[in-house]
Write a protein that binds this ligand. Sequence first.
Ligand SMILES: Nc1ncnc2c1ncn2[C@@H]1O[C@H](COP(=O)(O)OP(=O)(O)OP(=O)(O)O)[C@@H](O)[C@H]1O
Length: 247
Amino acid sequence: MSLVSIKQVKKSFGPLDVLKNVSFDVNKNEVVAIIGPSGSGKSTLLRSLIYLEEIDGGSILFGDVALVEDGKYAANIKNITNRMGMVFQQFNLFPHLNVKENLEIAPKMTNRMPVAEIGKKSEELLEKVGLTQWANSYPNQLSGGQKQRVAIARALMMNPEILLFDEPTSALDPELTGEVLKVMRDLAKEDMTMVVVTHEMGFAKEVADRVVFMDQGEIVEEGDPAEVLVNPKQERTKAFLKRTLNK
Ligand SMILES: Nc1ncnc2c1ncn2[C@@H]1O[C@H](COP(=O)(O)OP(=O)(O)OP(=O)(O)O)[C@@H](O)[C@H]1O
C-alpha cells in the first residue's frame, strides 16, 4: 500500500531546475534509499516531503490526503507533516537542552501527548537507542554518533508514520557510522517506513527494499538494490556507482 505518493514534482531555485517531474511512491513498511551525485536534488526532494521546501508543481500525497496537489498546498499542512519525522545530517539538536529535553520539547509544545506519557516515551526511546545514561547530558558532551542517535529518538517521539533521513551518517567519523546504521537497521526490522538519502551503498544494499538513483533532478533508475546497485541498466547509474565505489 502506498503511504507517500510523489507525482511530477517540480522545483527550481532561480534558473536551476532541481527537481524535474519527479514521481515515485513509498509503500507502507518499506525502506527506500535515494542515492545519486552531489547536487542531484536528493535533499530537496526529501525536504519537500515535510514542507521544508515548497515545490513549484506536482503533487505529494500522504495516504489519502494531499499535502500539495497540482502545486496547490493544503490548508492543514501541519496535520500532515506532523505524521512524519526527519533526521538531518547535522543532527539539529537544541544545544541548550539536555538529551531528554531535546526529545520532549516537541510533544510538550504541541500538547499532542499527555505529560505522563511524554516522560515514559522519552525514557523508552533513549533505551532503544542505547543512551539512557546520557539523558541529562548536553549535545556538546556527546560524540557525533550519540548525537545522531538522540536525533533519531527525538524524531520517533511523535510516533511518525514515516521517517526521513538526510545523509544521517555523512557528518560522522567512519568509526561512528556503525552505531547509527545499527539503530536504523533495527527500525527497518520493526517495519518502520523510511526514506533514506545516503552515500552508504553497503547499507542501501543490505537494508533498503528499493533504491532510487537520482541525477540532475531526475529519477534515472529505481528498483531492487540487488539489481540497481549490482547490475544497473542505465549508463548514468553505472558511471555513478563506478565513481562511488572506486573512492
Ligand atoms: N536554498 C537553495 N537556494 C539555491 N539553490 C539551492 C538551494 N538548495 C539547494 N540548492 C541547489 O539545488 C541543487 C540540488 O541540491 P540538493 O541539496 O537537493 O542536492 P543533493 O543531491 O542532496 O546533494 P548533496 O548530496 O550534495 O547533498 C544544488 O545545485 C544546490 O546547490
